[in-house]
Design a protein around this ligand. Sequence first.
Ligand code: BV8
Length: 239
Amino acid sequence: MNTAEVRQWLRAARTIVLLSGAGMSAESGVPTFRDAQAGLWADFRPEDLATEQGFRADPRLVWDWYQSRREGVARVQPNAGHLAVAAFQQRHPGRLLVVTQNVDGLHQRAGSPGVLALHGNLAQDKWLEPPRRCCDPARLQEGRPPCCPACGNQRRPAVVWFGEMLPEAELAAAEAAAGACDLMLVVGTSGVVYPAAGLARATRGRVVVINPEPSALDDAADAVLRGTSALLLPDLLEE
Ligand code: BV8
């Protein structure tokens, strides 16, 4: 299967879902999730840091990990892949929906409308415990993490940790779109994290995987394009 045949499928597809993972942002300079724990956190697994119990066990370590990822994302720009997707959506309103596992906000910054962010948003925080009357995000006690000066409730990143439910509305919309689309592009994901990866197995449409390496979703694909998103997507989405 080559790009020309996949481009045919794209041209014929009335509704397209693009399911993206960390590889979509790799060419922007954002380390993929597997690499995100380089440096100080090298001896921790992301699955341990990105959990509530990991945070409760060492709030400062996990908070600092997210701060360093936020600083990294703030320094980068959407890449040619993000921009090609947003330009396609501009030319073909309502035809392509982005469902992302990424929390870096780069699809949104590239101009993609209506992005379904299944795993939340790295740039936002929320309360660790259900907020009490005293908990006011505008009145925080500085710290790593910040907290409520009255009751000590801590702030945490507004991302979905392992073991946490995905936002219901986004997941339901993603499942409905996957079930109805003619074509799903699965871009830059190892395909090991569920339920997001399950969307590629629950779609009505053809599945095209775009990844320089083998992934756990290759077996669900009608076509696998071995390449990077910033190189392949502009070519694929030019029509
Ligand atoms: C859930 C936000 C229901 C945080 C993320 C035991 C107990 C509880 C749950 C489970 C369990 N066992 C399994 C589960 C389910 C679990 C899961 O799937 N675990 C995995 C590890 C087996 N899922 C969950 O917990 C989910 N919730 O199930 O709730 C529930 C509740 C309670 C009890 C039971 C069930 C929540 C999952 C969400 C976790 N949060 N992110 C944060 O970012 O810190 S997931 C995080 O990891 C990312 O968001 C992303 O989704 C995932 C990493 O995956 P990828 O995006 O694929 O990135 P990765 O680095 O792996 O791969 C990059 C790919 O890009 C590679 O293939 C590479 O080749 C490619 N690439 C590289 N460069 C390029 C490229 N591709 C294209 N171009 C390039 N240039």
